[in-house]
Design a protein around this ligand. Sequence first.
Ligand SMILES: [Zn+2]
Length: 497
Amino acid sequence: MDTLTVGTQRLIHLDLKGAPPKLTFFEKFFPFVKDLGATGLLIEWEDTFPFLQELIHLGGLSNSAQTSGAPYTVEEAKQLLELAADCGLTVIPLIQTFGHLEYVLKHVQWRHLREVEPYPSSMCPSHSETMPLIRSMIKQMIAFHSNIQYIHIGADEVWHLGLCATCSKRLLTAKHGKVSIYLDHITEIAQHIKENFPHLKIIVWDDMLRNIDAHILQEYYIGSLVEPMVWHYNNLETFHLGAPVWDKYGAIFPNIWVASAFKGATSSCQVIPIHKHHVSNHEAWLSDLSLHASKITNFRGIALTGWSRFDHYATLCELLPCSIPTLCLCLKTWFSGSSTAEIYSSVNKMLGYMDNPLQADVTHRPLFHYPSPLNFPGWQIIVGFEWFVNVRLKYRNIIDSDQMNTWFNQWQVLNNYTNPMQIESILPTLTELHTEISSLENFLKTHLQVYFYPHTIEELLGTLILPIKEHLRQLKCECEAQMTLGCRIRGHKRLNI
Ligand SMILES: [Zn+2]
């Protein structure tokens, strides 16, 4: 296994379409991951890339990005790449070219390029304006990254294929139906890159290729055009690629990548990564590769993906600082060939978790029992979000409690049919929690602004903190109003709260 895990690339995926960190974070994060054994970065800029000229509305230089305090300016993006280069980290830019193009297709000027008019995810490959747009995006992306050897063109999860009027017509004569439409588009992009940027190797996500027959892939000479990045984020129990996939890929592709996940691959609204799941995913990869390594001619390496949103319109999931412990566990598991107690012990020690070791469930961790600072970039943020997970659990327990459902439900409040004896014990609990979540809000604001831009902080607080805080405030007001009313007959006139 050493030849697979040690002598090859270990890329950390930066999914910047959600919670893109400031450079103050990368200044610490890049040397940190380099020391951990990372060799490079797979950077998915999406709408944070400072697109210029006719593409300016797509990225960090657009008016909407600038007014909401979102990154990146040209200078910031350049500095990010310089920081990576200073640490000796290889950079591979990832730009979507088929599906997951919400950040393009949501804009009025490109809406007509949608494959399905109401949905902004997949682009129509048959429209005459599609390839000029893709070529322009690729050109700007490549021009911005000097000294790159690879470009990743995404092309995963193209949910809508062959559905618009033009593509439906194409389907009538397409030799392999939707597969032809997919492969025609991918090969056209790959050929364009090869002709104009012959020094670049091209990577694609493999999922759309996984179920295509080998003879069709060979017909398209796909093995000479792209290198697949085979992704699988499940744990050992549910991981399944199967021998036929490796037989096919081994026969077709001289170079193969794989992709695991250290965050953003369990619940679509997960706040703190589940260590156990992600470590198990890496064990599953080690196990699968050990079974099928002989079929792979040249193993390029692994990208440890860290998803920030499940798609452009999804809410944020785990933040990068919240995922550093998991990333450490995953990388060390990858290097050692399996997950061991020693790995947990060494990561706990390295990160400063000696008094409260990492656990699968953060709600078991005693709050603020950190006698000394932890030892990784942005550690205060994981402390804040562990606190949030605990506060949210307390909130849900109160809201769903028998006491609230029995003596302070909405029907009772609306009909002023409440008993002060119960409210006297409900009100202090709500007040205490309201005070706690206000403290948490201040704590998170203070620490988030060090590493994140205003638009991320506004989204995080607006999604996670403010709805709970507002609900608690409203319940407190209702308690106080009901207290002043006293115990009344059913149907007493409604209060004007
Ligand atoms: Zn179409």
